[in-house]
Write a protein that binds this ligand. Structure first.
Ligand SMILES: O=C(O)c1cc(C(=O)O)oc(=O)c1
Length: 296
């Protein structure tokens, strides 16, 4: 599906300096070809379109995350960072064959993390010793590791995740099954993961992916994805200094509907209910992680 064109202006006023801490660029394919090993071919979504969305929604900065359709070819990501006027930082995907010079060049462009993906529909398996080797190499750069996995796989991945030597950022709350109770054992394990490991952060993003009963962020809906709210709210309120939020634009692999990104922004005050929580989620936390040199 193509992303939603002509998103509404959010009613929720983002605090000045807000960061969209999870979004992607796709191609354009003619300039930056998609990876041969990809599991899906997206619509093109260029850096110029991303920066226009940033300005339209009222964000100051972006964190651009390498999407699996580009594999470990980070050229589209790096190109976007270099053209962002310092307003974007990035999370790359690398193989163990990456050289120190390549890591340094990515650092200079604004990369601050690597992404390890465990979602089977998106990537082929990478051995954990290879990932641990990569983590050990990026740690001295001050980078962190972003992990993407499904809630049912957390028990099996626990030992690997808790051995990572860096800050660890979980994509989309570890994809909870929101049909299950928020106080049930599956989400309790995720909460325990964060509680017992102060180096673990979470993106409280992607309600449009996690929601089963909606309603979708379309047609002016101001209370979208109500079934996701208790999960995200619990994470924000329990770990206010370790949460991030992002649009996930241009929303790869959605099958049901494409959200209006303006209405997705209007979802934020349902999960971060005070001005203080909103400021931490949207400004303080992402700045500390991605632009520490600007934080006094
Ligand atoms: O759930 C997904 O399909 C998805 C895919 C990707 C990617 O392909 O990188 O990134 C995301 O954040 C989410």
């Amino acid at each position: 599906m193509d992303w939603f064109s002509g998103p509404s202006k959010p009613r929720f006023q983002l605090p000045p300096g807000s960061v969209d801490a999870h979004c992607h660029v796709f191609g354009p394919g003619a300039e930056f070809p998609y990876a041969p090993e990809r599991k899906y071919t997206p619509c093109d979504a260029s850096k110029a379109q991303l920066f226009a969305l940033r300005d339209h929604l009222g964000f100051a900065r972006n964190v651009i995350v390498q999407a699996t359709c580009h594999g470990a070819d980070n050229r589209a990501l790096v190109d976007a960072l270099l053209h962002s006027d310092g307003k974007a930082r990035g999370v790359a995907t690398v193989r163990r064959s990456v050289t120190d010079e390549e890591l340094q060049a990515m650092h200079a462009a604004g990369v601050r993390g690597v992404r390890f993906n465990f979602v089977k529909r998106l990537v082929d398996f990478t051995p954990k010793d290879e990932l641990m080797e990569i983590a050990a190499r990026i740690a001295p750069l001050g980078w962190h590791v972003v992990i993407y996995f499904e809630a049912v796989d957390l028990p099996e991945l626990w030992d690997f995740f808790t051995a990572l030597p860096t800050t660890v950022v979980v994509d989309h709350m570890g994809r909870p099954d929101v049909k299950k109770p928020v106080d049930g054992p599956e989400f309790a394990l995720f909460m325990k993961f964060m509680r017992e490991h102060p180096n673990v952060w979470s993106k409280v993003s992607c309600p449009e992916r996690l929601s089963v009963s909606g309603p979708p962020a379309l047609h002016g809906e101001q209370a979208a994805y109500r079934d996701v709210v208790p999960f995200a709210r619990q994470v924000v309120e329990s770990f206010p200094d370790r949460v991030l939020w992002g649009t996930d634009w241009p929303h790869p692999n959605l099958k049901d509907h494409m959200p209006d990104d303006g209405l997705l922004v209007d979802f934020i005050p349902h999960i971060a209910t005070t001005a203080q929580l909103q400021h931490k989620l949207l400004v303080d936390n992402p700045m500390r992680l991605y632009w520490p040199e600007l934080v006094k």
